[in-house]
Design a protein around this ligand. Structure first.
Ligand code: PLP
Length: 430
């Protein structure tokens, strides 16, 4: 990379050939090093998980919740009062609007979309599938597992670009006006997966109005997975969509989710959903046919471990201390591409990902080059429905799991692959 000091377009053919030569040499050196690195895993590192080890044994034989419930027994379909209060404070809603689930918010999302699709959010006669093929708006780049939910349930997907302030709302509103079969939209409003953007206040206000543009059974799937996952001390504030919906009378259009997967244990946390009390009434009726109740023992463990918002904030600061250096290191390496015209990237202030756009047509090449040099990247296209990125340019970077030294090596390989692919593409065009 050292030799490239100017914007790619400033070089003539001979200069580019010389640059290619030195990049190939550098790349071959990486290949010979026999690296085995992985930037695909959007999960906490073992040091982060260890921050919550006190969950183990925290109950010390006292299985009584605040209201006297014996958490070892059946029941409590929507959660313990203390867990609902915790979830309500994380999601910014009232405890009466909360349902606490098992260890996965993705499962709550799947269940709710399936419920609306096949059973009906408001009971008999309201199922989306009775009207024809339901469609969802998917923001791109976005979270692959949201797209898989739709694919799995036979729900068609329409893409709308993400911008620095959230979804392109003009496009979202125009689609909804034109097509009553659009029944939902997936959103990760804070530290979006993968771009890390936070929706602006104006975007949140416009989201609240969607329930008045779309039909009665349209749902905003507001996946607030990174609600408290800030990296810096003065984090951006996401406006409260539930309050905005209440002001516009559209609270039925909103289904919020969150979990402690990246607060405590990713595989053994608690998940929660929030929606209008009327929606919740219908959902709970259906859920009572699915389960007698969730794991309240784990709920109580979490309530004892994170007793109040000060505990939670202090705990999240410990996470930030472990992962911010990793995000910073990614940015430090990417900054070697500054002003070179070889791609653009995001600088998230929280969450679990950064997003890199190569020059159009090069994401797959970069991923392949990196793979052959021993660095696994998320497959190109994964951030688009059906795995198809029409411009073949987006790559998701997940820096939380590997050690700092591994990120350092992996990012050197990454920027070299980006530079090599970009120089070769330019040469091919000359
Ligand atoms: C945006 C988003 N939502 C949900 C999840 C999964 O959440 P959970 O572990 O609660 O199922 C992830 C995991 O990476 C995510 O990035």
């Amino acid at each position: 990379m050292g030799n490239i000091t100017l914007e790619l377009s400033a070089y003539n053919k001979d200069e580019l050939t010389a640059l290619e030569h030195s990049l190939v040499q550098q790349y071959e050196r990486f290949k010979q090093a026999g690296l085995k690195l992985d930037l695909t895993r959007g999960k906490p590192g073992a040091d982060q998980l260890a921050l919550s080890n006190a969950l183990d044994g925290i109950l010390g034989g006292d299985f009584k919740a605040g209201d006297g419930t014996d958490v070892r027994n059946y029941g409590g379909l929507d959660g313990l009062p203390e867990t609902k209060a915790f979830a309500a404070s994380v999601l910014g809603v009232k405890p009466e609007e909360i349902l606490v689930g098992g260890n996965s918010s993705l499962m709550l999302m799947y269940q709710y979309v399936q419920f609306c699709h096949t059973m009906g959010a408001k009971g008999a006669g309201t199922a989306w599938q009775t009207e024809g093929t339901a469609k969802f708006i998917c923001l791109v780049p976005g979270y692959d597992r949201h797209f898989t939910v739709c694919e799995n349930l036979g729900i068609a997907m329409l893409t709308v670009p993400m911008t620095a302030t959230g979804p392109d709302m003009e496009k979202v509103e125009a689609l909804l006006r034109a097509d009553p079969m659009i029944k939902g939209i997936w959103c990760v409003p804070k530290y979006s997966n993968p771009s890390g953007e936070v929706y602006s206040d104006e975007t949140v206000q416009r989201m609240a109005a969607l329930g008045n543009i779309a039909g009665r059974h349209f749902r905003i799937m507001w996946d607030n997975a990174y609600a408290v996952h800030d990296l810096d001390g003065h984090p951006p504030v996401l406006a409260n969509l539930m309050d905005a919906c209440r002001a516009q009378g559209t609270q039925d259009s909103l289904f919020i989710t969150g979990s402690t997967s990246k607060i405590t244990f990713a595989g053994a946390g608690i998940s929660f959903a929030a929606t209008s009390e009327d929606n919740l009434k219908h959902l709970k009726k259906w859920l009572s046919a699915v389960t007698i109740g969730p794991d309240k023992v784990n709920q109580l463990r979490h309530a004892r471990f994170l007793k109040n918002s000060e505990d939670l904030q202090a705990h999240m600061r410990k996470h930030a201390a472990l992962i911010k250096p990793k995000f910073d290191l990614v940015q430090q390496h990417l900054s070697s591409l500054d002003g070179k015209g070889m791609g653009t990237w995001t600088t998230p202030r929280g969450g679990y990902f950064a997003s890199f756009d190569t020059l159009p047509g090069l994401a797959k090449t970069v991923v392949k080059l990196a793979d052959e040099a021993g660095v696994k990247l998320t497959p190109a296209g994964a951030t688009f429905p059906y795995g198809k990125d029409p411009e073949d340019k987006n790559i998701r970077i997940a820096p939380t799991f590997p050690a700092l030294a591994e990120i350092d090596q992996a990012m050197q390989v990454f920027v070299t692959c980006v530079a090599l692919a970009s120089v070769q593409q330019r040469l091919a065009k000359l």
